[in-house]
Design a protein around this ligand. Structure first.
Ligand SMILES: [Zn+2]
Length: 571
């Protein structure tokens, strides 16, 4: 459909206006705090997909309709936002994001901007110079494809940081890069075994640790580093919230939090600085199995707020394909016989998901490889069968990169949320150099099959996995439509069969996220009675070429009726 700002037949408008006026006067309603009019409004509410005006009062949407009807809600203190051809949408939802760790990382040595090894060197040297007395050099965000085999060496880091231990993580969070001092402090030598089930200490030809640590092996160094204190996590969260508001995000699914992060969220809510609803997935330890659910329930009870809802639990089913740590049904082509490892043995995963289901938690499962997706669906299927009744929590599979097509219909059948990172669904170097060569063309056809999943009728949601990739939903919405590099205007679509339309992509980032978090009645669409979580974009996405969607900018973000971001003229 097309959403346009212009009105319908004038006579009809006047009639409706008269009726609305009478109704409003009859109720003796107080005026609205905010009224939006004069542009395009796409509501993501099937009962009324578009409107001319929206009114907000006391944090809630009180009117969705025509311009004349909205006029009745305008009083002396009402702020009227003239959309002037711009687009009003429901506030965006990010269904998989790491606000606290990402925000803390922004305050450390941030390698996200680096697009070459020279950039990495320059940034690290600047970080060292900036904090000459810091006991560690810590940071993250480097791109694996910059280094041969995605494995940067300790010698390079020794040269950049000779005087203290250094440990930085990759943008995807599944690989760490340590210098010799950090390895020595952690006692990692040629005698150290790879930590099971999926840890990899990358070694040189002589068997010496080479500097790259994958998955569980990252903990060998990670646990030697001082934990972040409350001031650092609070500051990190505030940075992330500011960024989220600037991207129009009003609901965040924190993808992995322990007690320290929960304290940061709780403090932000108490201080009134929380500018998003937050569904928190509590972190788990595969070694503790289903026994840890009692502790998770206690955490949920302790930290549940109005906006902060620790209603989910994070489980890693596997790792990532580019690191060779995702669990596949068939072997990696570059490692004959090797199919990757599951982080939880299937029977333990099933016991955990069943225990979470019983306790009313949504399992938020990181599942990347087709084997991880299959065992996760098996676990959810078993849990639902043993529950034996309808309702209960809706579980989430996140990332869902590689499918066996036979498993696609199971998402809808089991009422599982399919949580994609649509920004990853184009042929960048992660795909062309580190993924497709390991899978071959036949299996690669089923990478990020967004359209196939949407067509089953499953609940589909979108997330950034920030700080892995940008928190901005608009480039991700564009990639979902085009499956091309969002920075390029033309070129070949990657697996064009899996492209979807703009309405679908907007739904992923609005109602899809709300449903994923059990917030369908509260937010996710522009519907009378719902919370006023809204975003104004600087252009109407429905009237521009698809390759410009990612360039659109948020000009205003409203959370619960409060303006939490307003772009200054000229910014
Ligand atoms: Zn994540």
């Amino acid at each position: 459909m097309t959403v346009r700002g212009s009105g319908g037949p004038k006579v009809l408008l006047e009639l409706v206006a008269a009726l609305t006026l009478a109704a409003a006067c009859g109720r003796g309603e107080a005026p609205a705090d905010l009224v939006f009019r004069g542009g395009a409004i796409y509501t993501v509410d099937a009962a009324r997909p578009s409107a001319e005006a929206v009114a907000v009062r006391d944090g809630r949407i009180v009117f969705v309709g025509d311009a004349a009807g909205a006029a009745d809600w305008i009083g002396a203190d009402t702020e009227v936002v003239e959309l002037a051809g711009r687009l009003l949408l429901p506030g965006f939802h990010d269904t998989h994001v790491h606000p606290v760790s990402g925000g803390v990382e922004l305050g450390e040595c941030d390698l996200n901007p680096a697009s070459s090894i020279e950039d990495v060197e320059r940034i690290i040297q600047a970080c060292v110079a900036r904090e000459p007395d810091a006991p560690w050099l810590r940071g993250g965000g480097f791109q694996l494809p910059l280094f041969p085999d995605g494995a940067p060496s300790k010698e390079l880091l020794d040269r950049l940081v000779p005087d203290r231990p250094a440990f930085v993580t990759s943008a995807d969070g599944h690989t760490g890069w340590a210098n010799s001092r950090a390895l020595a402090l952690a006692g990692v030598t040629r005698a150290t075994a790879d930590p099971p089930p999926d840890g990899v200490i990358v070694r040189d030809a002589a068997g010496e640790p080479q500097g790259t640590l994958r998955e569980r092996a990252m903990d060998l160094v990670g646990r030697r580093m001082p934990p972040y204190n409350h001031v650092q996590t609070r500051a990190g969260l505030e940075r992330a919230l500011e960024m989220a508001a600037s991207f129009g995000l009003t609901t965040l699914h924190e993808a992995s939090a322990g007690e320290a992060y929960l304290r940061a969220y709780q403090a932000a809510e108490s201080a009134g600085t929380l500018t998003a609803r937050v569904i928190v997935a509590l972190a788990t330890d595969p070694d503790k199995g289903a026994a840890q659910v009692t502790d998770l329930v206690a955490l949920r009870d302790r930290f549940r707020g109005t906006l902060v809802r620790p209603s989910a639990v994070k489980i890693f089913a596997d790792g990532v394909i580019e690191g060779g740590t995702a669990a596949l049904l068939e072997p990696y082509l570059d490692r004959p016989g090797f199919r990757g490892e599951l982080r939880w043995p299937p029977e333990e995963l099933a016991a955990m998901v069943a225990a979470l289901d019983q306790a009313g938690f949504a399992a938020h499962i990181h599942a990347i490889g087709d084997r991880a997706i299959r065992v996760s669906l098996d676990a959810i299927e078993a849990a639902r069968r043993s529950r034996g009744r309808a309702g209960g929590p809706r579980h989430i599979l996140a990332h869902i990169q590689l499918f066996d097509p036979a498993d696609i219909p199971r998402l809808q059948g089991l009422d599982v949320v399919a949580s994609f990172q649509p920004l990853w669904a184009y042929a960048d170097t992660y795909i062309t150099e580190l993924t497709e060569p390991r899978l071959g063309p036949a299996r690669s056809r089923w990478l990020y099959p967004i359209r196939s999943v949407v067509e089953t009728g499953a609940v589909v949601a979108g997330g950034s996995d920030w700080s892995v990739t940008t928190m901005n939903p608009l480039p991700a919405i564009e990639v979902g439509i085009r499956r091309r590099d969002p920075d390029e205007d033309d070129g070949q679509a990657w697996i064009p069969e899996e492209q979807v339309d703009l309405e679908t992509m907007i739904r992923l980032y609005t109602m899809g996220g709300a449903t994923a978090g059990g917030l369908d009645a509260e937010t996710g669409s522009i519907t009378s009675g719902k919370a006023a979580d809204l975003v104004v974009l600087d252009r109407n996405l429905f009237e521009i070429p698809p390759h410009e969607v990612g360039d659109a900018r948020v000009v205003l973000t409203v959370f619960g009726g409060r303006v939490v971001f307003r772009r200054d003229a000229g910014r």
